[in-house]
Design a binder for this molecule. Structure first.
Ligand code: PFF
Length: 458
């Protein structure tokens, strides 16, 4: 944060901004959520639809969000108020703020598991002879323990709050610079181990050979939801981060890099997961949110120096999760600071405290409480339900409204003016305007209608 415009921090370099936005995007969504959602939804065909969603909906919406942020120099609520004064559009920002706290609550539960797994690895809880069965038992008894689940949730939120307290741009840029490449290298090493295990071929074909008969309305909705979740879109995180970009930066180029890095990491996480999963005799659709936590220790056990790889991996994953939760919390905090004139400290403490309280039922929903582990009617755990409602549907509605706002309220012309400020070139401007005006809203609408007609909600 070397420069200041209108009292707001600005990322110090273009690479700094790309790293920070990539830090928000790359997190548990890529390494924890993408593999199990892909496993539950049929593998390769899902991956193809996912990639299509990233290109046709994710990228255009990211460009839209960043432009709204940079033009308004405000949090999501203030941004809509400034660009469409006196209109109900501020509601989109408010839904975003609420969604952010909701996602933060259960996301931090899973991030807490990551912290716990780091300590477990260091403590030597995973032996060289671990099997998928024993690993599953270790996972179940860990997440079933209410003290551990709530304690690690608390610890993780304290970490997030501590970073957000200092202001976003300061810490994240520096951290992301080291963190992302290191995570990438470790992922590649684990992938090499995974694809060279006996029987890896079966997993590879599940992941790479599409079987379109497995695709349903719900699957398409989940691919879109996963794309938005993974790219941190639909709730204003990228509006907030966009408000810290300098006007000389080229928004579409930055957005392109962020989408590319994020998708690459998710695809590699899948390559790491499925060969090992089949090699260990697990079923891709049966594992749910525990998937990578059960699987990873079995891969480490089969690597020389697996202890080091294991500890390093969980540490990096914790930090990657942290760069994402920072952006989730920052949305609400920037709103309180800008609009309610709260002190940053007060906003951070109250908002992370709120996320902690809402996070408790998620923390207890993996076995500690029978009722929360399988809710009546939906037969999902509280965490799963929050993950689908907030992490899929709320973001999808948000992305739909943001596309409509940019295309028909704020307008393509004003958006392009912002993007092309200070002589920046918008290379695929026409394609973008076609996607944001027609493809994004229509595709999302069709997917929703299709889901409602078939009743394929969860
Ligand atoms: N994109 C993050 C991940 O993939 O882990 C999660 C996330 C962060 C979602 C910020 C939404 C958001 F606004």
């Amino acid at each position: 944060m070397q420069e200041k415009t209108q009292g707001r921090g600005v990322w110090s370099t273009k690479a700094g901004f790309i790293l920070a936005a990539a830090g928000s995007a790359i997190g548990l969504g890529n390494i924890w959520r993408f593999p199990y959602v892909t496993g539950q939804n049929g593998g390769a065909a899902f991956v193809l639809i996912y990639i299509l969603c990233v290109i046709c909906i994710g990228l255009p919406v990211m460009i839209a969000e960043l432009s709204i942020g940079r033009r308004s120099q405000l949090n999501p609520v203030g941004a809509f108020r400034k660009l469409a004064p006196g209109s109900p559009w501020v509601a989109v920002g408010m839904i975003g703020v609420a969604t952010g706290i909701g996602i933060l609550s259960y996301y931090s539960v899973v991030a807490g598991w990551t912290v716990g797994y780091f300590f477990k690895t260091v403590a030597g809880d995973f032996s060289r002879f671990i099997t998928s069965d024993t690993s599953g038992q270790i996972f179940n008894s860990f997440v079933r323990n209410p003290t551990a689940a709530i304690g690690f949730l608390f610890l993780f939120l304290v970490l997030t709050a501590a970073v957000v307290m200092g202001g976003v741009a300061k810490g994240i840029e520096r951290w992301s610079r080291i963190l992302m490449p290191a995570l990438f290298i470790l992922l590649i090493l684990l992938t090499i181990r995974s694809v060279t295990l006996p029987n890896a071929g079966e997993g590879l074909s599940f992941y790479l050979k599409p079987d379109f008969s497995k695709i349903t309305a719900g699957t398409i909705g989940k691919a879109l939801g996963q794309a938005l979740f993974s790219l941190s879109l639909g709730m204003g995180a990228m509006i907030t981060y966009g408000s810290y970009i300098a006007r000389k930066e080229n928004i579409p180029v930055a957005a392109g890099y962020v989408c590319l890095f994020d998708t690459l990491i998710a695809i590699i996480a899948g390559l790491m997961t499925f060969p090992a999963l089949f090699a260990m005799g697990l079923r891709p659709d049966a594992s749910g949110p525990g998937l990578v936590f059960v699987l990873l220790p079995t891969i480490f056990a089969k690597m020389p120096g697996g202890f080091i790889f294991g500890a390093g991996f969980f540490l990096l994953l914790t930090l990657a999760a942290l760069t994402s939760t920072i952006s989730l919390l920052e949305v609400a905090v920037s709103y309180m600071v800008d609009e309610w004139k709260w002190k940053r400290l007060r906003a951070v403490v109250l908002m992370s405290g709120l996320a902690f309280i809402i996070g408790i039922p998620s923390a207890l929903s993996q076995g500690a409480s029978q009722w929360l582990s399988s809710l009546p009617l939906v037969h999902l755990s509280f965490l799963d339900l929050a993950n689908v409602l907030l992490g899929n549907y709320s973001l999808t509605v948000g992305a739909f409204l943001i596309a409509i706002f940019v295309a028909y309220k704020w307008g393509i012309k004003s958006t392009r003016q912002e993007i092309e400020a200070e002589g920046n070139v918008f290379h695929f401007g026409r394609i973008w305007s076609f996607l944001i005006r027609f493809i994004c809203p229509v595709a999302i609408l069709i997917i929703f209608i299709y889901i409602i007609i078939t009743g394929d909600f969860f």
